[in-house]
Design a protein around this ligand. Sequence first.
Ligand code: MG
Length: 234
Amino acid sequence: MNELVWQNAKVWFFDLDDTLYKTESIYALGLERAFAVFYKTSGASITWDEFSSQYQVAREEVKVQLGQSPACRNRLLYFKRMLESFGICALAPLALAMDNAYTSAYHEIDFDPARTLLKMLRTRAKIALLTNQTCQAQLEKVSRLDPRGELIQWIITSEEAGSEKPAESFFKFALARTGCRAEEAVMVGDDWNNDIEGAIALGISAIFLNADQKSKRSSIPHFKSMEDLCSTLL
Ligand SMILES: [Mg+2]
């Protein structure tokens, strides 16, 4: 990326999950907490292994049913489908309680590295989150990342956009919401197809932030961590 883009970007677009924090341990903890509620409340003799594998089955079924619809990210649908497959009575309160238990895992996210990065950037540009998720789930996270709204000006979810990254319509929605032109924005994300290809297809500069994969284009800068990106911005 040339220096001018760094200096002149008016808005920095950030993906959230696996860009500003790591999801793996948080999602695992969320599912464990959902199982604890299920086990205590349902009285069903279902093991953790059965529970976790049925969760993946239910999640896949919902995604197949809903295709590219942003509702396919709604975890409550996974729990509801799962309880249906187990033949659980009084499904409604249990599905909601499991979803709440899962969401409580977001309290454990370490957002300190993200805050350091965003604090550094906010003096030179505005910041928007561009995320393929439901509004509810992402507001839960952002209420911990930026509780006073000092860092992030816009939270743009696929649920509101009506399409998901890498769709052109999603990025056009983000540009319209933030009032900036493609050449005035920079997209930072960990997903090559959704974040990087989606952005550059519209002429938005991109930065690949991924510890495990390398940039597939020499023109796209690559950083392994937020700390690496921070040190370059200094
Ligand atoms: Mg991501």
